[in-house]
Design a protein around this ligand. Structure first.
Ligand SMILES: Cc1ncc(COP(=O)(O)O)c(C=O)c1O
Length: 419
């Protein structure tokens, strides 16, 4: 993979020993950011660095064939599969042999839910959270319903945005087979205490499925620290191409029997990967992980470099988030729904007397991309009293800079004070 950070200026070391993100150098890697819009739409999918697009193109223009070991074309595809898995294993603190690629997190979760439900029946229970994106709710609800199992809900507190582990302790029992929870809410940013929720699930012998799609763009993810049995992510949220992946202990995957074609491999993780893999997207994913690992200079394994990068990303994003939050307090009629103590820099806001969809369109007209929706976190939006329409979501990304924030705040001021 091309060295993502080779042209970035060296970062200074802050007293906290967290390296400072060189945002100007980072932004230069994103063709879409050059003279374009201010992108606060990252939670829906990030902009893409040139090196990732180059990796996809290089894969597609090199000799390419179905994965194998005889021809160069076969070997190229095989290498891309192994590189993609190794990269995601480093990103998620998993083993390469436990990484399953697929079309999207949604498709993979549906597939896995049907596989697990083969072993569920009446009397069994699954627990989902009201805070989650529907991709980590509906597959489990439908799978449970299809076999007569019961669904229980862990509720978050709309007043605080917190999803307390106690909400799981209240509904998890010896009948619970699976608990599904988000690593971070794509709507209001809440980062639940997943490790504590894992303890609740495991104390009752249930599996824990963690949706890290939103989290993985903002923080270092570790399968073991989270206590997750399965963790899901989507590379297009963190500078990669549009695909999805799951990671689990290969030993767990060995115990599962997904539907598959008769001639396709029964090995793990291939058993779970239906059809021909997207070799070029796997190469793009590896390039995205390398790019992330190179956000701040330094030695170490890719996993160590990723941890260093994410520490710098968190520091940068938190500072911008604090600046936006302070400014929102000064704007007339603002209600900010992102309130949890621990959260990503994703702010959900609405303004009294203003339709969020109108504010969205007004800002878009000024080149500031801040979409309004419930963003598929339908249950959470309804619980917040925002119905299906939701509100404005301001998503800070690592490439967001102060000039973007200026444009956002000027745009909001202009929108709210126009005659
Ligand atoms: C938190 C979260 N989970 C799941 C998904 C679904 O991911 P995918 O588009 O890969 O199916 C999204 C997409 O926005 C998301 O934000």
């Amino acid at each position: 993979m091309p060295p993502a950070s080779s042209s970035m200026a060296p970062s200074s070391m802050a007293p906290s020993s967290v390296a400072t993100l060189d945002v100007a150098a980072l932004r230069a890697h994103f063709p879409a950011l050059q003279g374009g819009a201010a992108h606060f739409d990252g939670p829906g999918g990030s902009q893409i660095p040139g090196v990732v697009a180059d990796a996809v193109a290089a894969t597609m223009t090199a000799p390419m064939s179905t994965r194998g070991s005889v021809t160069t074309a076969e070997q190229n595809s095989d290498a891309n599969v192994l590189a993609g898995r190794a990269a995601l294993a480093d990103l998620l603190g998993a083993q390469p042999g436990g990484v399953v690629f697929g079309r999207s997190m949604t498709a993979l979760t549906f597939d896995l839910s049907r596989t697990l439900a083969k072993d569920w029946g009446p009397g069994d229970e699954v627990v989902v959270s009201r805070l989650d994106h529907d991709a980590n709710i509906r597959p489990w609800v439908l799978a449970a319903e299809s076999v007569g199992a019961t669904v229980r809900w862990a509720e978050f507190d709309p007043a605080t945005g917190e999803l307390d582990p106690q909400a799981f302790a209240d509904v998890v029992s010896a009948r619970t087979r699976l608990v599904a929870v988000t690593g971070a809410s794509n709507l209001i940013g809440t980062r639940p205490d997943v490790a504590a929720i894992a303890e609740v699930a495991h104390a009752h012998g249930a599996l824990l499925f963690v949706d890290a799609v939103h989290l993985a763009a903002h923080a270092s993810v570790d399968l073991e620290t989270l206590g997750a049995d399965v963790v899901a992510c989507s590379p297009y949220k963190f500078f990669g191409p549009h695909c999805g992946a799951l990671a689990a202990d290969p030993a767990l995957l060995e115990t599962l029997r997904p539907d598959k074609l008769a001639p396709s491999s029964d090995a793990v993780p291939e058993r779970f990967e239906l059809g021909t893999l997207p070799y070029e997207l796997m190469a793009g994913t590896a390039a995205a992980v390398d790019f992330l690992a190179g956000l701040v200079p330094g030695d170490g394994t890719r996993r160590e470099r990723l941890a260093r990068s994410f520490a710098a990303v968190e520091e940068h994003e938190s500072a911008l988030r604090a600046r936006i939050e302070a400014a929102l307090q000064e704007l007339p009629g603002a209600t900010v729904y992102s309130r949890a103590a621990r959260r990503t820099p994703t702010l959900l806001v609405r303004f009294d007397g203003h339709d969020s969809a109108d504010v969205y369109r007004f800002l878009a007209g000024r080149g500031v991309n801040v979409p309004a929706s419930s963003f598929y976190a339908l249950e959470a939006s309804r619980a917040l009293g925002l119905g299906d329409a939701g509100a404005l979501r301001i998503g800070v990304a690592s490439y967001t800079d102060d000039a973007d924030v200026d444009r956002l705040l000027d745009g909001l001021q202009a929108c709210l004070t126009r005659a």
